[in-house]
Design a protein around this ligand. Sequence first.
Ligand code: GRF
Length: 207
Amino acid sequence: MGPMMRLGLLASGRGSNVHAILAAIREDRLRAEAVVLVCDRAGAGVIEVAQRAGVPVELIERSAFPSRGAQQTAIRDALTRYHADLVALAGFAAILDPVVVGAFEGRILNIHPALLPAFAGAMAPEPQAAALRDGVKESGCTVHIVTADVDAGPIVAQATVPVLPGDTVESLSARIHAAEHRLYPQVLQWFAEGRVSVDAGRAVLSP
Ligand code: GRF
């Protein structure tokens, strides 16, 4: 077996996906080492989630830099410094610039709380609210490779959940979150196994 995949995490929120990923590592369902959490929000719940698991935290807030570009360069430099092989966005509130995406081309993943390409281009809880507004009967989550086009990179995997009568943004979000917590660690393990490739702009999973 080769060396363990070095996983960088980027998150801004409460960190339930980071929690699920770290649990999968602990339980050996995900053969990876979480080498760093980059967070752009002081006080975000995810910071404590990482610290409790012994994962180094790099706080890289926009306000600490003269420009958005300087912050993005700092994000790239942190991921490089920790030698991340793969980067997982888990509720990261900023869009990544080409300076980051280009440095880790094809090696950055994101999880989106809808079945892309539906409800692209907005952050939670907006996709869940839009699903209710439109009256769709199924929604879910998508793990995709990050490219310069927001929410439009190759789709690696999706999980569906029903939208039920009487659902609120909260109840639908909770159902989608539960699906995310199963899907994301699984997809990361596929990457650790080297099973995901991109062919003509589409992600392919080898058996
Ligand atoms: C999730 O809904 C994810 O799909 C979106 O941001 C949310 C993050 O939630 N990208 P959490 O911080 O992991 O609980």
